[in-house]
Design a protein around this ligand. Structure first.
Ligand code: NAD
Length: 472
């Protein structure tokens, strides 16, 4: 299978890349290069932005029902590729195939479907006194996305942007660009007007910065690390362009003394380890009431040890590798620091057995973690859970909120009202009570350094709209 790509998708056509430079894509389970994609340049971004700019008036004027129909065709074209998408994500990112089918391919299809309906019913004009308040698309959107959910992160931007009437230039992560090519094959098949959606691959410092700094990009929608989000904000600030940022997290899973401990710990460990811990919303701090603490540590260690590492295509594997050698080094560095800072290793760790090849890290649980230590403060982005005791609800809330991040969290209690009171006090964009399911229509985004703005549902659509008052 030849996975190499040589083209960008510009102005409705597959177009040969200009520079001849390429970026290598590796299979993290074998460490082998499996493909190359073009390394775009600022000139390629100029071409893409010019196409998006030229297409904007027509797409903005397209009737909502027609935009919805186009998104529906894209949904059908992507559904037909769901299996190929899951396999490609397993190959370039390392998510076990079973999880990739459900989450990496399944979730974006659900999100895209929600925007077929939202596109057909855009926010209505409102009358406020003598003013008519209308909503209009922001314009040309530059979308820059990470590698951990390579289709979902893209769809969460592209679908609402297109539904709102914006045109888009996408730069996917250079670590996982192959999934984006499948998306653009589906986009081509769905028949969007030329220039409405454009793809330029390449590195962050070159293509990403060219998009963020481009005078003709009206909004930059970014998902990735807080450091890069800060850089993008600075670039966009020079021309007062709108930014939406979905950044890192260090979410707390608060388990109260009256909780169903076995379920809370089992679900909590599963959440922390999903996608080998490379999930921005991962509940990476397990906070447990002192009365149940020892029991919880034992349960967490046992649960983590039950996650078998292996090749993503091996049906017995529950955890794949990390995305890259650099990510593995970062994660093992965090584990070493956590142990040096006084954490107690109860599962995994530096000496746990690993597959011979691949960027694997063993599922690791570290107990007695100091809430102020690096392991409790830094985003690890690997299969590493920090366990911390607390004495009462006030202390649990204080520890949970002791973070520069504020993305997600969880609370477990037999008393729903008590759980809700704690949930309200957490300074995060989302909280799940007693393992409640993910809701693709609910707003998704962060407080504090976890980001700006919201994705998903009508909240995600709002990000791509301007508000105009016409006085009569
Ligand atoms: P990253 O910030 O390194 O890269 C994200 C994207 O930004 C990539 O496409 C990259 O090429 C690009 N980029 C890098 N440097 C750039 C620059 N100077 N200018 C413009 N673009 C640049 O992040 P990553 O390593 O790909 O992803 C992991 C991080 O993303 C984690 O910190 C994670 O928490 C965060 N994340 C957040 C969410 C969320 O929704 N809040 C979702 C997924 C990942």
């Amino acid at each position: 299978m030849d996975l190499a790509r040589t083209d960008f998708y510009l102005d409705g056509q597959w177009t040969a890349a200009g520079s001849g430079e390429t970026v290598a894509v590796r299979n993290p389970a074998t460490e082998q290069v499996i493909a190359t994609v073009p390394a775009g340049t600022a000139a390629d971004v100029d071409r893409a932005v010019a196409a998006a700019r030229a297409a904007f008036p027509g797409w903005a004027d397209t009737a909502p029902a027609d935009r919805a129909a186009r998104l529906d065709r894209l949904h059908a074209a992507l559904t037909a590729r769901a299996d190929e998408i899951a396999r490609t994500v397993a190959l370039e990112l390392g998510t076990p195939l079973k999880v990739a089918i459900r989450v990496q391919a399944g979730l974006p299809l659900t999100v895209l479907h929600s925007y077929v309906e939202l596109a057909a019913r855009p926010p209505a004009d409102e009358t406020v006194g003598n003013s008519l308040v209308v909503r209009e698309p922001v314009g040309v959107v530059g979308a820059i996305t990470p590698w951990n959910y390579p289709l979902h992160q893209v769809v969460a931007k592209l679908a609402p942007a297109l539904a709102a009437g914006c045109t888009v230039v996408l730069k996917p992560s250079e670590l996982t660009p192959l999934t984006a090519y499948l998306l653009f094959e589906a986009i081509h098949e769905a028949g969007f007007p030329p220039g409405v959606v454009n793809l330029v691959t390449g590195t962050g410092p070159v293509v990403g910065e060219a998009i963020a700094a481009h005078p003709d990009v009206d909004m930059v929608s970014f998902t990735g690390s807080t450091a890069t989000g800060r850089r993008i904000s600075h670039l966009a600030a020079d021309r007062i362009a709108r930014v939406a940022l979905e950044l890192g997290g260090k979410s707390a899973n608060v388990v109260q003394d009256d909780a169903d401990l076995a379920t809370a710990v089992k679900v909590g460990v599963g959440n922390a380890l999903l996608n080998s811990g490379q999930t921005c919303t991962a509940w990476t701090r397990l906070l447990v009431h002192r009365d149940r603490y020892d029991e919880a540590v034992t349960l967490a260690a046992k649960a983590a040890a039950g996650y078998r590492l292996g090749d993503p295509f091996d049906p017995a594997a529950r955890l794949g590798p990390l995305v890259s050698a650099a990510q593995r080094e970062r994660v093992t560095g965090h584990v070493a620091r956590g142990l040096a800072d006084g954490g107690r290793l109860v599962a995994g760790g530096p000496d746990a057995p690993l597959p011979e090849r691949g960027f694997f890290v063993a599922p690791t649980v570290i107990a007695d973690v100091d809430p102020d230590s690096a392991l409790a403060q830094e985003e690890v982005f690997g299969p590493v859970l920090a366990v911390i005791p607390f004495g009462d609800d006030d202390e649990a809330v204080a520890i949970a909120n002791n973070s520069r991040y504020g993305l997600a969290g969880a609370v477990w209690s037999a008393d729903d009202e008590r759980a809700l009171r704690v949930a309200r006090r957490l300074r995060t964009g989302a909280v799940d009570v007693n393992g409640a399911p993910f809701n693709p229509l609910a707003p998704f985004g962060g407080y504090k350094q976890s980001g700006l703005g919201r994705e998903l549902g009508r909240y995600g659509l709002d990000e791509f709209l301007q508000t105009k008052a016409i006085q009569r």
